[in-house]
Design a protein around this ligand. Structure first.
Ligand code: FAD
Ligand code: SF4
Length: 480
């Protein structure tokens, strides 16, 4: 059914909001906070789209989903068709519909947002993906083209999964090598169950398998086999590195050695992998203090502090040295954290962590900050206010101040160009590294970014790998 409403009528419809667990209940469980839009709300929201002649929302999407195209299918109630339309550009719609920063991408440029609120594109994407799953409508596409070449993907995060799906669709034999026992990268060991249920992740990872990608877990490239062994001995003709940025940064302040100080990565990995979120069904609880402090202002910080609250922290402080405006976390997650009673300590910088006689954390000393001129990052620089130091009692300090790549592959691969920050250097048009048959993308090259950026890199790299492999064939024919 086409949209019969006039543009003026469409604009009168208010933006529809997800159904959510009440904040008082959700801090006591790890169930998903947001249930998304139901069919009625999704149809109403889809009616708001103006089906623009120049759909700028597509330009705002790093993987260029045909947004009006899938929204029209919603209006026709062809939800499986809508999901297929999204999957032409993005093989992980249920994941992206949940965690993508839509507000800074497709939605920020949506024409409707100029005078009204933008179309809730992300919520519609999630609705379509969830509807398809709940009603068993998914049919794996059949790949008819077969190219007799093996391609290796290192890392099963969003960059690797996307690169794999694209290459399988082109006809290559693709193997994903994953260091951990489970797939998904940060999607599994970082992002908590209350934002991205493992069940949803499993379904979308399995679809990449079903499409034809082989996934080998417990395989650490650089240890189980080196990158050169993959190429020279195992016969992979091109490799994509999507190994992420799993090594946490620390503030390097006194007291970081104390028991009770954790990196957010370690904390969230333990909660996710040891299933502390499922206690008492899983018998691996994590002990957390009654008062805890999380340092940082990104998505990782927000996930850590909300997780700590759910594990029983009565006072969960979020300490961030700039103001709320500069916080890199998604707006929705900041709002959810606030509703859940997280105590935001903005313009505050930790100076030292204080221990008790048993070397356990007992307090943290902080200093108030004010904002000065913009720094290299374009954000206003925080400047300490003299004499504003104060101490708060906490039993845990969780640091979420950014990550860098794990250096195993870089250290065991001669000739791979690396930046000073430890990231792998690529040509950003082709994602090729300093080695002609090795490509890279995602957090490994950015040092901590977003799911959709990792997917964009994976797609771009797949196209370049295809071109490279075709050209290698042509060169071989000429020399023969
Ligand atoms: C807690 C947290 C919350 C976040 N929330 C959001 C959010 O809401 N929205 C958003 O867009 N982004 C979010 N991000 C960022 C986002 O998750 C990352 O940008 C994204 O996952 C990067 O994808 P990737 O594929 O490059 O790497 P990863 O997801 O890190 O995957 C890399 C994979 O490679 C594997 N690997 C590493 N070394 C090797 C090796 N030597 N051999 C084999 N395998 C290896 C790792 O085990 C891992 O599985 C969040 C990040 C964190 C930490
Ligand atoms: S810009 Fe907004 S209104 Fe226009 S097609 Fe895209 S989603 Fe619809």
């Amino acid at each position: 059914m086409p949209n019969t409403l006039k543009p003026s009528e469409r604009m009168k419809i208010p933006r529809q909001h997800s159904i959510e667990q009440p904040s008082t209940e959700r801090t006591k469980n790890f169930n998903e906070v947001s249930f998304g839009l139901n069919e009625e709300l999704a149809l109403l929201e889809a009616k708001r789209c103006l089906d623009c002649k120049n759909p700028v929302c597509i330009d705002g999407c790093p993987v260029r989903i045909d947004i009006p195209g899938f929204i029209i299918k919603i209006l026709e109630k062809d939800y499986a068709g809508a999901a297929d339309k999204i999957r032409e550009a993005n093989y992980l719609p249920a994941i992206c519909g949940r965690v993508c920063p839509q507000e800074d991408q497709c939605e920020i440029v949506c024409i409707l947002g100029k005078k009204h609120e933008p179309v809730a594109i992300g919520k519609l994407e999630r609705f379509v993906a969830d509807y398809e799953m709940a009603n068993n409508l998914f049919k794996s596409p059949v790949v008819n083209n077969h190219i007799d070449k093996k391609v290796a993907i290192v890392g099963s995060g969003p960059a690797g999964l996307t690169c794999a799906a694209e290459l399988v669709k082109l006809g290559y034999k693709v193997t994903i090598f994953e260091a951990l026992h489970a797939t998904g990268g940060v999607l599994r060991y970082g992002i908590p169950e209350f934002r991205l249920p493992k069940e949803i992740l499993d379904i979308e990872v399995n679809r990449v398998r079903e499409l034809g990608a082989e996934i080998l877990t417990n395989f650490v490239v650089g240890r189980t086999a080196t990158l050169d062994e993959l190429i020279d001995e195992m016969g992979y003709e091109a490799v994509f590195l999507g190994t992420g940025a799993g090594t946490p940064n620390f503030m390097e302040i006194p007291g970081e050695h104390l028991s009770g100080v954790l990196s957010a990565n370690e904390f969230l990995t333990r909660v996710n992998f040891m299933k502390a979120y499922a206690f008492p069904e899983a018998d691996t609880p994590i002990k957390i203090g009654k008062q805890i402090a999380v340092i940082g202002g990104g998505n990782t910080a927000m996930d850590a502090v909300r997780t700590a609250k759910r594990l029983g922290a009565e006072q969960a402080y979020l300490i961030y040295r700039r103001s709320r405006k500069e916080m890199p976390a998604r707006v929705e997650e900041v709002m959810h954290a606030e509703e859940e009673g997280i105590e935001f300590m903005m313009l505050t910088n930790p100076l030292r962590i204080i221990g008790d006689e048993f070397n356990w954390v007992k307090a943290i000393e902080c200093q108030k900050m004010e904002l000065g001129e913009p720094d290299d990052s374009g954000r206003r620089k925080p400047i300490p206010i003299k004499g504003s130091e104060y101490i708060i009692e906490v039993q845990n300090v969780i640091e979420a101040i950014g990550q860098k790549p794990n250096p195993i592959i870089q250290a065991t691969t001669p000739g791979l160009g690396i930046s000073k920050r430890g990231t792998v250097v690529v040509d950003n048009k082709t994602m090729v590294t300093s080695r002609p048959n090795v490509f890279a993308g995602g957090d490994l090259i950015h040092g901590g970014a977003t799911v959709i950026l990792a997917m964009h890199d994976g797609k771009l790299a797949a196209a370049s790998m295809h071109e490279y492999l075709q050209n290698v064939d042509k060169e071989e024919k000429v020399t023969k």
